[in-house]
Design a protein around this ligand. Sequence first.
Ligand code: ZN
Ligand code: ZN
Length: 180
Amino acid sequence: MHLNPYGEDAVNLAADLANRRPATAGELADRCQAAGLVLDRPVTPQDLERTHAVLEAWEKVVDATGDHERAELVNRMLTESAAYPRLTDHAGSGWHLHYRDDRQPLGSVLFALIAVGTALHLVGRGMHRLRRCAVTECTTIFADTSRTGRQRYCSQRCANRDAVRRHRAGRAAGGMDSRS
Ligand SMILES: [Zn+2]
Ligand SMILES: [Zn+2]
């Protein structure tokens, strides 16, 4: 996986893993590979454990109440995870930057990737563009990569669900919705 200037793939991978936590090292490996990550060593239970810790920290970033708190939490992740950036062509897929030391286990790779990817996403697209779905009982996290930056729902399904609910609430409140 190459980090693009907006960190999109990395932040989407973080959301995917956080929304549905991998249960085994094998599943973690499969899902990282599906997301385009090149694994250059076997994935272990320690990697899975480390990944859960990364996601724990990352969900705090998602749930931060303001920009400063969010920045502070991302900075903490960056401090713990990142080494100096370096050019690499380790997978023969083109030169790109790594923000970590070479030959790290997957857990550490994910820590650096998610921290840097999230930082790039937030500064590139907007500090507010990381949140949970607006449907109360849906806790799905998403990175808002929309053009307007005003995405409120994790999916079209949740958007429809909320529209129906607001419509019903409007009618219950005394026919506020004149079209019904
Ligand atoms: Zn790489
Ligand atoms: Zn949702």
